[in-house]
Design a protein around this ligand. Structure first.
Ligand SMILES: [Zn+2]
Length: 309
């Protein structure tokens, strides 16, 4: 098996067992993306499907408190809510652990040069989960757990690019005082969760390694691209990241029912290409966050993965 020249996709059947009923963050999201990726002829011999293991406690505890992990663990075998948006079913706990495990495995796969890029087709998503609580459909902050894991392997400077329509408040909070992880977010503002003004730039040693681009509803895609390209160039020059992790939320798509931005799958392909080109081969790992129009989501996921090749 060729280890490079392909995109590794980390997914697991158990992601479909996180049963949220008719909630927008539903099981069908994974199925729609998986089907579209499997049916695409151009991708057939260029993607490699990988199955992750559950994230170990120590990896989770680099980003979350013991108390929070205890709360998440108590969801096992039960049904309920951790916040008004964040519901769980009896099998959710395993999906939560596997979603964080997929993040770790994908990051490691790239870091070790075993793939050209990696994409986590996983749920529940993670970027709203803070050190101490679950919120906004998220239980554990998958991308943050991946970043800390990479640092444990010796990767020093990591860029997180978050193009989900919502601000990744959890990710920002985890790295707000940390100069070794740059958090860059473009998001609709004001919008859920209400965080992410431009004045949030990091604190202490981390001052200047948080960059927020709050955008008004309906912000034009061409201008979005201009902002993105200029910011990425500056971050590359000033921060010089060794690896980029992408919170790939496809709810910034024009057709998304929860967002008001105007991107299309062509824009997602372009954004992916920008990051890929800037970072180089084997230096980009992405993580599914939002995206709630199933057709737009599936098309966007395919465009995103294709842009890696
Ligand atoms: Zn979102």
């Amino acid at each position: 098996m060729s280890t490079d020249r392909n995109v590794a996709i980390f997914t697991h059947e158990a992601f479909k067992d996180h049963d949220t009923g008719c909630h927008p963050e539903c099981t069908a999201r994974i199925a729609a993306c998986e089907e579209a990726l499997r049916q695409d002829e151009d991708l057939a011999d260029r993607i490699r499907w990988e199955s992750p293991a559950e994230a170990p406690d120590d990896a989770i505890l680099r980003c979350h408190s013991e108390d929070h992990l205890r709360v998440v663990r108590r969801t096992e075998g039960r049904r309920g809510y951790l916040d008004p948006d964040t519901l769980f079913s009896p099998a959710s706990y395993r999906a939560i652990r596997l979603s964080a495990g997929a993040a770790i495995a994908a990051a490691e796969c790239c870091y070790r040069g075993e793939c050209e890029a990696a994409f986590c087709l996983s749920r529940p998503p993670g970027h709203h989960a803070t050190p101490h609580r679950a919120m906004g459909f998220c239980f554990l902050n998958n991308i943050a757990i991946a970043a800390r894991h990479l640092q444990s392997l010796g990767c020093e400077r990591i860029l997180i690019v978050d193009w989900d329509v919502h601000h990744g408040n959890g990710t920002q909070e985890i790295f707000y005082r940390d100069p070794t992880v740059f958090y860059y977010s473009l998001h609709q503002y004001p919008h859920y969760p209400g965080t992410g003004p431009e004045s949030d730039r990091g604190e202490g040693d981390g001052e200047g390694t948080t960059l927020n681009r709050p955008l008004p509803r309906g912000f034009p895609a061409e201008e979005y691209r201009e902002v993105f390209a200029a910011d990425l160039e500056r971050i590359a020059k000033e921060f010089d990241p060794q690896l980029a992790l992408v919170s790939a939320g496809f709810d910034s798509h024009l057709a998304d029912p929860l967002g008001g931005l105007t991107l299309t799958e062509d824009d997602f392909a372009w954004l992916t290409g920008e990051v890929r080109e800037r970072m180089g081969e084997g230096r980009v790992v992405s993580f599914l966050e939002g995206g709630y129009n199933l057709e737009a989501l599936a098309r966007s996921a395919v465009a995103h993965v294709k842009a890696y090749l």
